[in-house]
Design a protein around this ligand. Structure first.
Ligand code: PEP
Length: 256
């Protein structure tokens, strides 16, 4: 019912020649993947690559997203990029609230709510990240933190059809430690219940909930087999075409 979304977060990696090489290999690999029309593939490069990557993915099934955006349309905000600017280059998605933004740039719930509203107001899809730290998990606070992150942004100004949630336990990001499929499914089910309370069950059933946190070729299939996992937000492994292709392939449904 929900189409898997396989999203790559390039973070602050890749020069232009490297990026061209990666997208070239991805395009080549995707053409050979049977059933690729049954999943969505998204790359989220750093800002300087958004425009050249729009050209690089043109005519392919790869969609383009950004990793952040300002909430104002324009203005004196040195170093920032707005949603209309990203839309102009061909972006369809923006990641908001990644734990690295929360942690290193002190992005608060209020700020993230403004950013998500800006993204959806312009007709783009927000991939809103939620997730607990190791300390919070060990303190039994996972559910509380995830629900708090969701309640920060989910409201009537954010239509369900413009929203994707990414559950990214902070302790699993870039660490090589992955949530078990059961741990991930438990939190994804909680997220779906919370979305159902806000939007109604039918709308909540249509919202993709991605898992992110050390997704690799060897663990993707088991994670994606869980009923409430609707794709992956992939960091490190999306920087290597062969690995990202293997993860994408794990998201292709095997039944009709
Ligand atoms: C991420 O950056 O969103 C992420 C999940 O990174 P990694 O796959 O490297 O853990």
């Amino acid at each position: 019912m929900r189409t898997m979304l396989m999203a790559g977060n390039w973070k602050m990696f890749k020069t232009l020649p490297e990026a061209r090489g990666l997208v070239g290999s991805l395009r080549e690999g995707l053409e050979k993947l049977k059933g690729i029309d049954k999943v969505e593939v998204l790359i989220c490069p750093p800002y300087q690559l958004v425009f050249p990557m729009a050209k690089a993915v043109a005519g392919s099934a790869i969609k383009l997203g950004a990793q952040n955006a300002h909430y104002e349309d324009q203005g004196a905000f040195t170093g920032e990029v707005s949603v209309p600017m990203l839309k102009d280059t061909g972006c369809t998605h923006v990641i908001i609230g990644h734990s690295e933004r929360r942690r290193y740039f002190q992005e608060s719930g209020d700020l993230l709510a403004k950013k998500v509203r800006a993204v959806v107001k312009h007709g783009l899809t927000a991939i809103y990240c939620v997730g607990e730290t190791l300390e919070e998990r060990e303190g039994g606070k996972t559910d509380q933190v995830v629900v708090r992150h969701l309640r920060e942004v989910v409201d009537k100004d954010v239509p369900a059809e413009r929203l994707v949630i990414a559950y990214e336990p902070v302790w699993a990001i870039g660490t090589g430690k992955t949530a078990t499929p059961e741990q991930a499914q438990a939190v994804h089910a909680l997220i779906r219940r919370e979305l159902a309370a806000a939007y109604g069950q039918a709308a909540a059933d249509g919202i993709r909930i991605l898992y992110g946190g050390s997704v690799k070729p060897d663990n993707a299939a088991a994670l994606l087999a869980q009923s409430d996992l609707d794709g992956a937000l992939v960091g490190g492994a999306c920087l290597v075409a062969r690995d990202f292709l293997a993860i994408i392939s794990a998201g292709i449904p095997t039944t009709n």
